[in-house]
Design a protein around this ligand. Structure first.
Ligand code: NAD
Ligand code: UDP
Length: 320
């Protein structure tokens, strides 16, 4: 049995990762400051004898004897990471320093949840790991993009300087149950809007693209990456290369929900990347046969079911 620390474990991806690691017979310490995470996401795990929940902020050091660390703590939705950009940068940079310091002290293996955002608004398409990206250092997305880039640098420096067993995965847009209805990212926004019969908010023309991955495929890739041999650091892209415009995404969600919501076009946020698709050749080769096998319609159907249940539990406003 391994003892595994998951920072950001009460968030969307972290909650799925904690469940998977417990199911595999590990002991899990879930650390979170609840900025965007929610106890509801992990309530089913609370009674597990090998699950421990700690309220803690990764900008402060944390001590525990652990074998592995997954560092996920960081708000991921543009709305939330731009709310307090200095804190976002601190979370990525000081969070990396503190978790790497812990890994060094207890000689734990450590995996960083990096992001496709390190490629910024990419000129190379699809994006291989060798592409250095096109990131604005002083724009509204910079606190997240540059924070994550700096964290990658720190991970590689701890590997080179202290021989810490580090792993870096670059995660592409991921969706699934446990996303917060108010998360602000496109999949949850469109699903909630469709289910409530509200206008679907398309930013810009809706012709910008993203490649959406179902959360189970991501978690599987992360666990496989952690299992790779010492010295294999990555970065490795983990995503589903099937690429869609936001208009296609909206139409698919309208089809599945049967909603009659209308599209409403809003301004495109500054520095919004125009296209994004992972090159996953390295992941397929090095992660023991990993390949995303849950496609958009199937994944969206499961996610929509989840949101239907969540919205049913919301208090209803009763008209007098
Ligand atoms: P999320 O917002 O649901 O989860 C992030 C979690 O980190 C939350 O539980 C939040 O409360 C916690 N957190 C934030 N700041 C913290 C701090 N200072 N100290 C302790 N906990 C803190 O987002 P997610 O989608 O689950 O993303 C998880 C990780 O994966 C993030 O690092 C994100 O950058 C990365 N990622 C996600 C995606 C995606 O599409 N979901 C894509 C690329 C990278
Ligand atoms: N988007 C949109 N409507 C929304 C939310 C987002 O059209 O209600 C667009 C956004 O402009 C971007 C894409 O959807 O082009 C993905 O946005 P998200 O915030 O989910 O993730 P990211 O931009 O970080 O990939």
């Amino acid at each position: 049995m391994k003892r595994i620390l998951v920072t950001g474990g009460a968030g969307f991806i972290g909650s799925h990762l904690c469940a998977r690691l417990l199911n595999e017979g590990n002991e899990v310490i879930c650390l979170d400051n609840y900025f965007t995470g929610n106890k509801q996401n992990i309530v089913d795990l609370m009674h597990h004898p090998y699950f421990e929940l700690v309220r803690h902020d990764v900008t402060e050091p944390f001590m525990a004897e652990v074998d592995e660390i997954y560092n996920l703590a960081c708000p991921a939705s543009p709305v939330h990471y731009q709310y307090n950009p200095i804190k976002t940068m601190k979370t990525s940079v000081m969070g990396a320093i503190n978790t790497l310091g812990l890994a060094k002290r207890v000689r734990a293996k450590i995996l960083q949840a990096s992001t496709s955002e390190v490629y910024g608004d990419p000129y190379v398409h699809p994006q291989p790991e060798s592409y250095w990206g096109n990131v604005n250092t002083i724009g509204p997305r910079s606190c997240y993009d540059e924070g994550k880039r700096c964290a990658e640098t720190l991970f590689m420096d701890y590997f080179n300087q202290h021989n810490i067993d580090i792993k870096i995965v670059r995660i592409f847009n991921t969706y699934g149950p446990n996303m917060n209805p108010n998360d602000g990212r496109v999949v949850s926004n469109f699903i909630v809007q469709a289910l409530k019969g509200e206008e679907i908010t398309i930013f810009g023309s809706g012709n910008q693209t993203r490649s959406f991955q179902y959360v189970d495929n991501l978690v599987d890739g992360m666990v496989r990456m952690m299992g790779t041999q010492r010295g294999f650091t990555g970065p490795v892209n983990i995503g589903n290369p099937n690429e869609f415009t936001m208009l296609e995404l909206a139409q698919t969600i309208l089809d599945i929900t049967g909603s009659s919501s209308k599209l409403s076009f809003k301004a495109l946020p500054k520095d919004d990347p125009q296209q994004r698709r992972p090159d996953i050749a390295i992941a397929k080769k090095c992660l023991d046969g990993w390949e995303p096998d849950i496609q958009l319609r199937e994944g969206l159907t499961k996610t929509i079911q989840y949101f239907e249940e969540v919205l049913m539990q919301e208090p209803q406003i009763v008209q007098a």
